[in-house]
Design a protein around this ligand. Structure first.
Ligand code: GLU
Length: 469
């Protein structure tokens, strides 16, 4: 059975890149009917925080990336790492090293001066040192000095590295804590991970990890090191490019399905297809489809995908999300009779839930000010007559339906001998405060008679006051 794992370090929020890795691991496990493990790599005690752990769990939950095992916490597994280190020492595959920080720094400086790659020179490798109470020794892995180390990578192909390129890395620090490469290896081994999918910033660690795995007698998993995500300027995606934490997209009103769809396409493709349901993603996902080159984050595309999902999702679910946001903003929308229709009318026109909420606020809140540009352009003396006419006729209109409102507006244009724009635009700015809205007759129907008339009065007053000045 195949088994994947997502192994974030809880030193901050879950980034877009991490979420994509998690998604790939999750997809592959689902596709292969295997298992997906969540492992929190919290051994860096200074940088790991409970808030970051929670942030990761929240993001996984929002995206619906459920795991079959875990979350495991590396800080609760120190015993396992100690045992593995003891085994390696016992076998002669690891050794104590007493080199001081100063010595290592001098060595490094000298190597840099000589234009050599900085590496440990194996000073303590053959000294046969034992543990000494109270000393600050570290334990190093005895990396093979000959031959090649190879592994299968589904993105990069077969990778082979000459062992002479690798030095003896520290696996236990002087305070007794295991280093990243050791704990990862022990966990991947003990958790029976068959496929390691992770960012290619780890690819240089892999030959070292493979050597340790071999020394421990473990089966070496298959790997897929996925290329990084770039910002739209071609540089590595970072805070400078805007939101990077996945939950910022939740806050901004994106749908989790759209986010997943966007993330899967950011590093994987299946022909030209852009929109994938969760089930489709599972069915079609394959490691072969992983892109070999870095992908660029593109907010416009994310917006487009989100819009597709806003339009296609069941209306109920969108209404629910809009209501949640209104609740958070403490805005009461109970006065709107047909709230679902308002949401439906607008979801075709916006990219996010937040945008949707912003564009329908005028249904339940009187706006403070008109959009300055729209008011200057449209709410002027020439609009007074059409607005007065509208107010008069609409007051008398008994059947408040889009069709009847439409007919009434048309009749006024004929009567005043003006184009639709001369009546419709002032009306739009009067009732919505701005110059963009769905068809005005539908807007009025959903806004209701009382509110529509009150806003017409307000606009008439606005123009009259302006004229008096
Ligand atoms: N904890 C590592 C990280 O967050 C990932 C380790 C791995 O996937 O092997 O970068």
């Amino acid at each position: 059975m195949i088994k994947t794992r997502f192994a974030p370090s809880p030193t901050g929020v879950l980034h877009v890149g991490g979420a994509r890795t998690a998604l790939f691991c999750w997809l592959y496990s689902k596709k292969m009917k295997g298992k997906f493990v969540l492992r929190i790599e919290d051994t860096d005690l200074e940088r790991s925080t409970p808030e970051s752990v929670q942030a990761i769990l929240d993001a996984m939950q929002w995206l619906g990336l459920d795991y079959d095992e875990g979350p495991y916490y590396q800080t609760q597994r120190f015993e396992h790492y100690r045992k593995a280190i003891a085994q390696l020492l016992e076998q002669g595959d690891a050794y104590y090293c007493q080199c001081s920080r100063e010595r290592l720094e001098d060595l490094r400086e000298q190597q840099m001066k000589d234009k050599q790659k900085p590496r440990y020179d194996g000073c303590c490798r053959e000294l046969g040192l034992g543990p000494q109470a109270g000393s600050s020794m570290v334990v190093r892995f005895r990396n093979p000095q000959q031959g090649m180390v190879s592994f299968k990578d589904h993105v990069k192909g077969a990778v082979s590295v000459d062992n002479r390129e690798l030095d003896d890395l520290i696996i236990e620090r002087s305070d007794g804590s295991p280093t990243y490469n050791l704990s990862v290896v022990v966990d991947d081994m003990e958790m029976d991970i068959t496929h390691v999918l992770r960012g290619d910033d780890h690819v240089n660690n892999t030959p070292r990890q493979v050597n340790i795995l071999r020394a421990l007698g473990a089966t070496v998993p298959e790997y897929a090191h996925v290329p990084m995500i770039l910002g739209d300027d071609g540089k590595r995606l970072s805070k400078r490019h805007g939101a990077v934490g996945v939950m910022e997209y939740f806050e901004a009103g994106y749908l989790p399905e759209a986010m997943l769809n966007y993330l899967v396409r950011l590093g994987w493709s299946h022909g030209d297809q852009e929109i994938f349901t969760r089930d489709e993603m599972i069915e079609l996902f394959s490691l072969d489809g992983l892109n070999k080159s870095a992908s660029s984050f593109n907010t416009e595309k994310l917006n487009w995908i989100n819009q597709q999902y806003l339009m296609r999702a069941p209306l109920d679910s969108i209404v629910g999300l809009v209501e949640q946001r209104l609740l958070r903003l403490q805005i009461d929308h109970s006065g709107v009779l047909d709230f679902a229709s308002v949401v439906d009318l607008y979801r075709q026109r916006v990219s996010t839930i937040n945008e949707l909420v912003d564009s329908i606020l005028y249904y339940f809140q009187d706006f403070n000010d008109y959009d300055a540009k729209a008011a200057a352009k449209v709410l002027k003396a020439s609009a007074l007559r059409p607005l007065q006419c509208l107010h008069e006729r609409l007051t008398l209109l008994d059947s408040w339906t889009a069709d009847d409102i439409h007919a009434l507006i048309e009749a006024i244009t004929v009567e005043l001998d003006v184009g639709m724009g001369k009546v419709g635009q002032p009306l739009r700015v009067a009732v919505t405060g701005g110059s963009f809205s769905p068809p005005i007759d539908q807007t009025l129907e959903l806004l209701g008679k009382e509110r529509s008339l009150a806003r017409l009065e307000r606009a008439i007053d606005h123009i009259s006051e302006k004229q008096e000045q």
